[in-house]
Design a protein around this ligand. Structure first.
Ligand code: NAD
Length: 320
């Protein structure tokens, strides 16, 4: 089996490669070539940790496996980040373990790639202002992946904890984009594209905040109970997601669905837009992409990184 340690990922995986891998796997899902397996996520009753597995099989790319890991809230005392994960790939011909790949940076890159894919396919034409809600670890990756698409001339941002906004300001400066901290009503009115990536459990962006043609990538809600958007905003938007069943159960659309403001049939898999089976934004004023995070995304970027690591002579061959 090949081992690609976490420390090597930064030198191997680019946002461009992550974008291509995630766009391809969303397309495979829409064609019926790739399938996510049911997610396992459990409180283990030790160190307050949440642990689980996200797996699947992509018959087109021949990626079979799972990401194992979760959230350890007390990791600071070990000098580690709280989210910890490893991706395991298996040979689909034999079932033998094929690779173990550090999953921490890959998770950030694949999550940012998902919102970037949604922006590429759904943003209003001529989008110039990027609005960021959230200033945690993921937010910098999100901004970088969106900026890479081109066209943005300015970033505006808001965070429930204003002292964290320096991360957004520094990332924008690094990207040579002007940054301004604003209130949510300004953000909703001025931004053409909004990325929300917080750990919120109640709505932050309200229906009244958002005016004009806007695309929203709602990336923070990946668990039952989390929420970033007003269900009334969800109710008037055209809705897209990575995996429809996840969006209405653990994703942002769970709340509008629970209130019967939308139903599962209102939600369109983004892969359908990618393969030309759905028009995408059309004449919708507001589009929302609910990025719930699927195991196939992890397998796609891990598969790509293993190939790169083998080619670069960095992958470690371990007999099993
Ligand atoms: P982080 O801990 O580094 O930052 C947390 C962010 O949420 C900050 O902006 C903080 O101000 C805000 N926040 C914290 N508590 C809050 C509360 N009670 N109410 C409102 N806002 C609050 O986290 P991160 O690594 O940047 O991750 C952000 C979110 O993205 C998390 O919810 C995480 O689970 C989620 N996530 C989703 C995916 C996906 O595929 N959709 C992947 C990775 C992470």
């Amino acid at each position: 089996m090949w081992v690609v340690p976490e420390t090597e990922i930064a030198g191997l995986m680019t946002p461009e490669a992550a974008f291509d891998a995630v766009e391809a796997v969303f397309a495979s899902m829409a064609k019926g070539d790739a399938r996510n397996f049911p997610v396992v996520r459990e409180a283990i009753g030790y160190e307050d940790a949440l642990y689980g597995f996200k797996g699947g099989f992509d018959k087109a790319a021949l990626n079979l496996g799972l990401k194992a890991g979760g959230y350890w809230p007390n990791n600071q005392k070990h000098g580690l980040i709280n989210h910890q994960s490893t991706v395991f790939l298996f040979d689909p011909d034999t079932g033998r373990l094929a690779a173990a790949v550090g999953g921490n940076l890959l998770t950030a890159l694949r999550t940012a790639a998902a919102s970037a894919v949604s922006i590429r396919h759904l943003a209003p034409r001529g989008a110039k202002v990027l609005g960021m809600i959230g200033a945690g670890h993921q937010s910098a990756f999100q901004m970088r992946a969106a900026a890479r698409l081109g066209g943005f001339e300015k970033v505006i941002g808001w965070n429930p904890h204003p002292e964290m906004l320096t991360r957004l300001a520094e990332t924008a400066a690094d990207l040579d984009l002007p940054f301004e901290a604003v209130e949510l009503d300004r953000l909703g009115a001025d931004a053409d594209v909004i990325i929300s990536i917080t750990s919120a459990f109640s709505p932050l962006l309200m229906d009244g905040h958002v005016t004009g043609r806007t695309h929203i990538a709602a990336m923070g809600t990946d668990t039952r109970g989390k929420q970033e958007l007003d269900p009334a905003l969800v109710g008037r938007a055209r809705l897209f997601t990575d995996e429809v069943a996840q969006s209405v159960s653990i994703g942002e659309f769970q709340h509008a669905a629970a209130q019967k403001a939308i139903s599962e049939s209102d939600v369109i898999a983004i892969g359908r837009v990618i393969i030309g089976d759905h028009e995408g934004r059309g004449d919708a004023e507001v589009t929302i992409f609910d990025g719930t995070g699927v195991g196939l995304q992890d397998l796609a970027v891990a598969g790509s990184v293993v190939q790169r690591a083998i080619e670069a002579g960095i992958a470690i061959d371990v007999p099993i």
